[in-house]
Design a protein around this ligand. Structure first.
Ligand code: Z5A
Length: 207
């Protein structure tokens, strides 16, 4: 079984953290070495950019600044973490990648899906995950799961309409890339979601 680059996507509260554990365990049990990482973040500079992106700012942040900072963090992430790990034969499982920028900034912030996708193509020189798990939940379900959090960050403070746009962005991506992006019904209970994830891995990642 050769190594692969897998990303996990979805709106707030979709269950990406739990999915990461399931994926890692599945790979480790089959003898693969796994690098677990996240975006924005994954490197020292990326984590600093994450803090800038997530913290509230009195003057706000323009959508263009937001998308460019996301891609700045991603450039570090690819060069310092993702590509070296893939070259070393390790699996990389990333909590979010390009699709998050297309869905959140392209759809959610209204910059345009194809415009942000073009930026991703230009900046990432073709690097795409081998497999993307889109954990899809109705917005009300995701927000209800995340509701208990104290002091919501700049994204968590957004309203339902924003997350509806983001979700429609993921739907657009899933329709466009049916070979790479697999939709998981993440509104099911955790055991069923885990089972669905393992079934996708068996189907896509066993040589
Ligand atoms: N962002 C962006 O705009 N553009 C970009 O390019 C990138 C990111 C890369 C930070 O990302 C923000 O950055 C993010 C998008 C933006 N903001 N938002 N929204 P993040 O991924 O770090 O943050 P997040 O989406 O807020 O993560 P999250 O809310 O922690 O989501 P999650 O990891 O999917 O949720 P979870 O912690 O696994 O689960 C939430 C709760 O639900 C928890 O109590 C679980 O126990 C529970 N749960 C999980 N699964 C289930 C099921 N199946 N049933 C019932 N309860 C469940």
């Amino acid at each position: 079984m050769h190594n692969r680059f897998v990303s996990i996507e979805g709106i707030e509260g979709a269950g990406k953290t739990t999915a990461m554990r399931t994926l890692s365990k599945w790979v480790s049990e089959r003898g693969g070495a796994v690098v677990e990482t996240r975006e924005p973040g994954g490197t020292a500079l990326g984590e600093e950019l994450r803090a800038i992106l997530l913290n509230h700012r009195d003057e706000g942040m323009s959508a263009l600044s937001e998308v460019l900072l996301m891609f700045a963090a991603r450039a570090e992430h690819i060069e310092r973490v993702i590509q070296p790990a893939l070259n070393a034969g390790q699996w990389v499982i990333s909590d979010r990648f390009n699709d998050a920028s297309i869905a959140y900034q392209g759809a959610g912030r209204g910059l345009g899906l194809e415009r942000v996708e073009a930026l991703a193509h230009w900046l990432n020189t073709g690097l795409q995950p081998d497999l993307t798990l889109w954990l899809d939940v109705p917005v009300a379900t995701g927000l209800a799961r995340a509701a208990g959090r104290s002091s919501p960050d700049r994204f968590e403070a957004e309203q339902s309409a924003f997350f509806e746009s983001v979700r429609s962005g993921y739907q657009w991506l899933a329709t466009r890339y049916p070979q790479r992006i697999v939709r998981i019904d993440a509104s099911l209970d955790p055991a069923e979601v885990n089972q669905a994830i393992c079934a996708v891995l068996e189907a896509h990642c066993v040589d």
